[in-house]
Design a protein around this ligand. Structure first.
Ligand SMILES: O=P(O)(O)OC[C@H]1O[C@H](OP(=O)(O)OP(=O)(O)O)[C@H](O)[C@@H]1O
Ligand SMILES: O=c1cc[nH]c(=O)[nH]1
Length: 273
């Protein structure tokens, strides 16, 4: 029992590290610091810290707040609108622009002087270097939307797709990654659909062969509750934030999101063999 007891000073030290790490969205710092000072923490406190790493991935669901964003998601879902692939792609792009705007609020800013024809304006401008990364092929219109706003960002592309066998079972095939170094940069990893979460996990791991980012924002337009839990479990302790448009309750027997929107890749670019 004495092993499980914890003192106020243990707790306040852990709490201040936790608060600092949360402020900077730096769960890696939290993990490293607590591991380094492990002997100063009681076993009980250490277990609590591990639980924080596991479950404290922040999830933002943009569609939970009423805005025009929901109109775009509704059109993406709507069978009566989906027969217009140009509108489907454009809606993914528009949604990407809104995600970009929301994510930009988490960046570091510093004051710069901007010369106008009549004087000098002091402006707070973003400092972070950004890499927009997306999973082919359905990720492309979403990627474009993000890039419309993060117009100076570098870009990465990951090829991952479901390969089905005769029984209708599938595995995720990874074929290709094209990426700059992501060291110290803010990575925005986008895919419109987060169904089982397997493609996202694979893409995330592939990206990590290209360096250690400052932070990763995972963006999906429609996710399943199961996919979100899968990613939180598999990427527990990683320095990431999830940005979802909507989180749907179910996956069907083919691992499609229900109600979802159907096959996003096919709706944007046509059926594939
Ligand atoms: O969460 P998961 O279960 O891994 O499923 C999601 C993946 O499925 C879709 O791609 P798909 O394999 O259909 O390829 P496509 O974009 O080329 O059509 C989607 O764009 C995701 O990449
Ligand atoms: O619902 C789903 C699941 C995977 N891929 C899609 O395009 N839609």
């Amino acid at each position: 029992m004495s092993e499980l007891s914890t003192t106020d000073s243990d707790n306040s030290t852990l709490y201040s590290i936790y608060k600092k790490s949360k402020r900077t969205l730096n769960t890696r710092l939290l993990e490293k610091t607590v591991k380094k000072h492990r002997e100063y923490f009681s076993r009980y406190t250490y277990i609590c810290a591990q639980l924080i790493f596991k479950y404290d991935i922040m999830v933002h669901t943009i569609g939970d707040n009423n805005s025009l964003f929901n109109q775009f998601i509704a059109e993406i879902r709507d069978v009566n609108v989906q027969n217009d692939p140009l509108r489907f792609r454009r809606n993914l792009e528009r949604v990407g622009e809104i995600f970009a705007y929301e994510i930009s609020k988490t960046f570091n800013y510093s004051e710069k002087d901007v010369q106008t024809p009549l004087g000098t304006a002091k402006m707070n401008l973003p400092e972070d270097e950004v890499v927009v990364a997306s999973i082919l092929r359905a990720g492309l219109p979403l990627h474009n939307g993000l890039l419309n706003y993060f117009d100076r960002s570098e870009n990465a592309f990951i090829s991952a797709y479901r390969k089905y066998n005769e029984k209708g079972e599938f595995e995720i095939k990874f074929e290709y990654i094209s990426s700059p170094s992501i060291d110290g940069k803010v990575v925005i990893l986008a895919d419109p659909m987060l169904a089982t979460g397997s493609s996202m996990e694979l893409a995330y791991k592939a990206l990590f062969t290209k360096g250690t980012p400052k932070h990763v924002h995972i963006v999906s337009v429609i996710a399943s509750a199961e996919g979100v839990e899968f990613v939180k479990e598999k990427l527990a302790g990683e320095n990431i934030t999830l940005w979802m448009g909507a989180i749907d309750p179910e996956l069907n027997s083919k691992s499609y999101i229900v109600p979802g929107c159907g096959d996003a890749g096919d709706l944007a670019f046509g059926a594939k063999l």
